[in-house]
Design a protein around this ligand. Structure first.
Ligand code: ATP
Ligand code: MN
Length: 478
């Protein structure tokens, strides 16, 4: 294979009058002359000019939308508008034909729903090219943020025997013939005979194992796939999603919130800088999309403005109790506009409440802390009031919850007492409790849902459009 230059590098080089070879997929071919070529390195297409009078007509016919081609020629300053440079091709080679009658991606606007059905081809569109380049940058920035701060990237297991959240939304992993699993004498499935000698599932969170790492290496983070068999057909939930979970020894709840805010600002700044073109494109896309909506449903800020606003302002920090007071007094609550009315202290916040706080009341990201212990997990540190735990949720405009975390309970007696109250088997989590028995210390951590972050930065409306191949109820295509 002869070397080729990627279009992004070519456009950024500022050079002209050099010989180049470019390869990519034809977006359009106009007047038997102008190829708009894209190779996915950037949203911008490169114009390739074909000397049609001196080109074999059968070759010209094969330059169709979707075809993969190689073009060699001179990079020259462009006289036409819309591009600064173009390639005057001397050789065109068809690497892969694409029948224009059958190619599903026509050079026109397709709905996101349709593109989801052809997710194997949607990488070739402007929108998904931009989304997945931004996703790539955000993933890299996450690693860079933690690596700069001396965190250790720890790989926690994907198959586990524990359900960290205790929510029971796990996918089971078994090697049994499901039609005929071995049974015990009392008629229950005998997992002792299964591959791992016990019942196992896909992880819902790497947190518990992450804590073990932090209890010896101080600061760790995980960044891997997690799985939840929740039957929630929302625009915010996937059955398979990626989570970033840092755990830090010697951190308290405030240190934890500070780190999460710094992380979010760091990666957003990084993407704004690195993917300027893509985010500008996505900003325009969102403006177009919002034109379809009634005036009062359109956002006050463009995507770029929203991102910049998020960077320029401190996240609002308040307790759950303060939030309940605000919600109780809010207009939608008084006018019974909420689907779930906020009546008293102690109930979980619904996404409509979270979004009211973020989008209407504070109009910026919010860090909510100190939730009632009944609605949070057993491992969260109990506050002195006996009612709340040192939890924190970070709520983002248009997204709702993006981060969930807490200071962890490091006191063995308190932790065991809470596990007993909720009915979490202590013997199964003996290893978790050991870290409290031997050299336990204050520590904290959180989970950031990676796709929710990508949703926020790209301004996309559905989480199924920010992961290459989404997994959700009744869908595992591709
Ligand atoms: P939610 O209330 O939105 O379902 P959760 O309370 O179940 O979230 P956590 O268990 O705290 O969430 O998980 C940590 C983070 O993982 C969340 O803040 C969110 O960003 C992300 N997350 C949780 N569930 C999903 C999902 N099904 N798909 C994508 N991201 C998710
Ligand atoms: Mn959930």
């Amino acid at each position: 294979m002869s070397q080729r230059t990627k279009i992004k590098a070519l456009l950024e080089s500022g050079k002209t009058d050099i010989d180049v070879t470019v390869k990519g997929w034809v977006r359009t071919f106009r007047n038997n002359q102008f190829i708009a070529l894209n190779d996915g390195s950037t949203n911008n297409t490169l114009q390739v000019i074909v000397d049609f009078e001196n080109t074999d007509p059968t070759l010209l016919k094969r330059i169709t939308t979707g075809a993969a081609i190689s073009a060699t020629g001179k990079l020259v300053a462009s006289v036409g508008k819309g591009q600064s440079v173009e390639v005057k091709a001397t050789t065109i080679e068809i690497l892969g034909d694409s029948d224009p009658e059958k190619y599903p991606l026509q050079p026109k606007k397709h709905s996101l729903e349709f593109l989801r059905e052809i997710a194997h081809l949607r990488f070739r569109t402007n929108t998904f090219g931009a989304v997945f380049r931004v996703r790539n940058t955000l993933a890299f920035a996450v690693h860079q943020f933690f690596q700069e701060r001396g965190f250790i990237y720890l790989h926690t297991p994907i198959i586990t025997a524990s359900d960290a959240e205790g929510a029971g939304e796990t996918f089971h992993v078994t090697n049994f013939d499901i039609a005929n699993p071995p049974k015990t004498e009392s008629g229950e499935i005998d997992y002792k005979q299964d591959f791992f000698g016990r019942s196992t599932n896909l992880t819902v969170s790497g947190q518990l194992e992450g804590e073990l790492g932090a209890m010896g290496m101080s600061d760790i983070y995980t960044f891997g796939p997690t799985f939840r068999a929740e039957n929630s057909n929302t625009t915010r939930h996937l059955a398979e999603f990626w989570m970033i979970e840092p755990e830090m020894a010697f951190y308290d709840a405030k240190d934890n919130a500070d780190l999460a805010e710094a992380l979010l600002k760091y990666v957003i700044t990084y993407a704004l800088d690195k993917n300027k073109d893509d985010i500008e494109f996505l900003t325009q896309r969102l403006l177009e999309e919002e034109k379809q909506k009634p005036q009062n449903e359109r956002s006050e800020m463009t995507l770029i403005e929203k991102l910049q606003f998020c960077l320029a302002n401190d996240f609002e920090r308040l307790t759950y109790t303060e939030a309940i007071d605000i919600l109780k007094d809010s207009t939608p609550n008084k006018k019974k506009k909420f689907q779930y009315l906020v009546e008293g202290w102690g109930t979980d916040l619904q996404s409509e409440h979270e979004r009211y706080l973020v989008e209407k009341h504070f109009k910026k990201p919010v860090i909510l802390t100190d939730y009632p212990k009944e609605i949070k997990s057993f491992y969260m540190r109990q506050n002195d009031d006996g009612k709340t735990v040192a939890a924190m949720d970070i709520l983002f405009p248009g997204i709702g919850e993006i981060v969930g975390g807490s200071q962890r309970e490091e006191r063995l007696d308190r932790l065991e007492q809470r596990m007993d109250e909720i009915g979490i088997p202590k013997d199964e989590l003996w290893w978790y409790l050991d870290t409290r028995r031997f050299g336990g210390c204050p520590h904290a951590g959180f989970g950031l849902g990676f796709e929710r972050l990508v949703l926020f930065v790209t301004g996309m409306g559905n989480i199924r459009d920010v992961i290459p191949f989404p997994r959700f109820p009744k869908n595992a295509e591709f």
